[in-house]
Design a protein around this ligand. Structure first.
Ligand SMILES: [Cu+2]
Length: 226
């Protein structure tokens, strides 16, 4: 992961692949429209054509009414498709629950007995050389890759938002409500995110780290709780 970048993070899940496609597709249309408007503005200012008797042109009005409608439909179809796919549960075999607190996350692996822990940000003065400032946590959320996981989230105080950009997940953690999303990771690695709902004084200091590893490692890690 770059320390900062102009573009989005590299994708690590099928949903985020689709979101990146949709972003590029919409930007293409946006660029085209913007350039066309600037060209028309420029050419209207810089010509001397006048027509005193032009009061109506039904054909051109029809064209400039229907064309934007068609463009909007072309944007709406993939947008709605991706929106509903992010809400879809498919073949998930594992459920984890992330709970927002002021100001840290805690995780519960509800399929197993008594596996739960808190995940605090590592303060800057305790960082090791290989850790990211304001992003690393003391206990990472360890999960298997290539494995559909249902992630539930809720909050115990105010509204937080559980977010991992490279997985295309941004899900509100609301007190008294349980939100769910499907999480699939392509490959092993560390995935960073931050709380994305202004939740109080230390909102910026409750990062999320997923460590994805193969299933055998994950199983061994679960055994360490026994
Ligand atoms: Cu928060």
């Amino acid at each position: 992961m770059n320390s900062w970048t102009f573009s989005m993070q590299n994708s690590n899940s099928p949903i985020y692949d689709m979101m990146i496609f949709f972003h590029d597709f919409t930007m293409m249309i946006l660029t085209f429209i913007t350039l066309m408007i600037f060209f028309i503005m420029y050419s209207m200012i810089n010509n001397k054509f006048i027509n005193r008797y032009l009061l109506q042109g039904h054909l051109i009005e029809l064209i400039w009414t229907i064309t934007p409608m068609i463009i909007l439909i072309f944007i709406a179809i993939p947008s709605i498709k991706i929106l509903y796919l992010t809400d879809e549960m498919y073949n998930n075999k594992l459920t984890i629950k992330s709970l927002g607190h002021q100001w840290y996350w805690s995780y519960e692996y509800s399929d197993f007995f008594n596996i739960e822990f808190d995940s605090f940000m590592i303060p800057t003065n305790q960082l090791k050389m290989n850790e990211f400032r304001l992003l690393d946590t003391d206990n990472r959320c360890i999960l298997p890759f290539n494995f559909p996981i249902r992630i539930l989230t809720t909050s115990l105080d105010v509204i937080h938002s559980w977010t991992i950009p490279s997985l295309g997940i941004k899900m509100d953690s609301t007190p008294g409500r349980l939100n769910q999303s499907l999480l699939i990771m392509y490959r092993p690695g560390l995935y960073f995110g931050q709380c994305s709902e202004i939740c109080g004084m230390n909102h910026s200091f409750m990062p999320i780290v997923i460590e994805s590893t193969n299933f055998l490692n994950f199983k061994n890690w679960l055994k360490s709780f026994i």
